[in-house]
Design a protein. Structure first.
Ligand code: AMP
Length: 193
C-alpha cells in the first residue's frame, strides 16, 4: 500500500486536486477536515467538541484525528494507496503516523507539498467562503489564526520530511485551477512508486 501526504497551507488546493489524483490513481482520499465536518453535521459528541476548536482556527487534539485515520487504514482495502489531506499537521502527528505505519510494516511513500503565499491563502479562503459556506472560512480573524497555526505547528513538518528525503514541493499559486492541477499531477508522476 502507498501512503501519500498532500501538504500545504489552508487554501492551497489540497482537496480540489485530491479529487483528480484519487480518480486517476485509485487512491482513497482521506481529509481529516472533511471527516471532522461529517462528525459536526451528524451532531456527534466528537463533532460538537471539534467545532468549538475549528471555528476558532485551532487544531483538534492529535489523538482525535489519529483515531479517525487509523480506523480508515483498517477498513479501506480496495485501493492502491491513501492520499492524506490535512494530516499530519503537527510533529506529534507525523511521528505517530510513522509509528502507526511501522506497526503495519509500511511507511510514508512521499509528501507532495502545494505552496502558496499567505496573501493568496487569504484571497482563496475568502473566495471559498462565498461558495461552500464553511464557518471557519468566513471570518478574517479565524483565517489569520489558521495561517499562524500553519506556520507555528505545521511548517516544521517540511524539515521532518526533508530529513527523510520524502519532501517534494510545487508552486500551486498559478491563476487557473487547470494549470495548478497539471503541476500537481506532474509532481505526482515524478514521485509515485
Ligand atoms: P481543513 O479542511 O483541512 O482545512 O481542516 C479544517 C479544520 O479542521 C482545521 O482548521 C482544524 O481545526 C481541523 N483539522 C483538520 N485536520 C486536522 C489535523 N490533522 N489535526 C488537527 N486539526 C485538524
Amino acid at each position: 500500500m502507498r501512503y501519500y501526504i498532500l501538504f500545504g497551507p489552508p487554501g492551497a488546493g489540497k482537496g480540489t486536486h485530491a479529487a483528480a489524483l484519487r480518480e486517476k490513481y485509485n487512491l482513497c482520499h482521506l481529509s481529516t477536515g472533511e471527516l471532522l465536518r461529517a462528525e459536526i453535521a451528524a451532531g456527534t459528541e466528537l463533532g460538537i467538541e471539534a467545532k468549538k476548536l475549528i471555528d476558532k482556527g485551532c487544531l483538534v487534539p492529535d489523538s482525535v484525528v489519529e483515531g479517525m485515520i487509523e480506523s480508515k487504514f483498517n477498513s479501506v482495502t480496495d485501493v492502491d494507496g491513501f492520499l492524506l489531506d490535512g494530516f499530519p499537521r503537527t510533529l506529534g502527528q507525523a511521528e505517530d503516523l510513522d509509528n502507526i505505519l511501522a506497526k503495519r510494516g509500511e511507511s510514508v511513500t512521499a509528501v507532495l507539498s502545494l505552496m502558496i503565499s499567505d496573501d493568496l491563502v487569504k484571497r482563496r479562503i475568502l473566495h471559498r467562503a462565498a461558495i461552500e459556506g464553511r464557518a471557519d472560512d468566513a471570518s478574517e480573524e479565524t483565517i489569520n489564526n489558521r495561517i499562524r497555526t500553519y506556520h507555528n505547528q505545521t511548517e516544521p513538518l517540511i524539515d521532518y520530511y526533508k530529513n527523510q528525503a520524502k519532501y517534494h514541493e510545487v508552486d500551486a499559486g498559478a491563476d487557473t485551477t487547470e494549470e495548478n492541477r497539471s503541476r500537481v499531477i506532474n509532481l505526482f508522476e515524478s514521485v509515485k512508486k
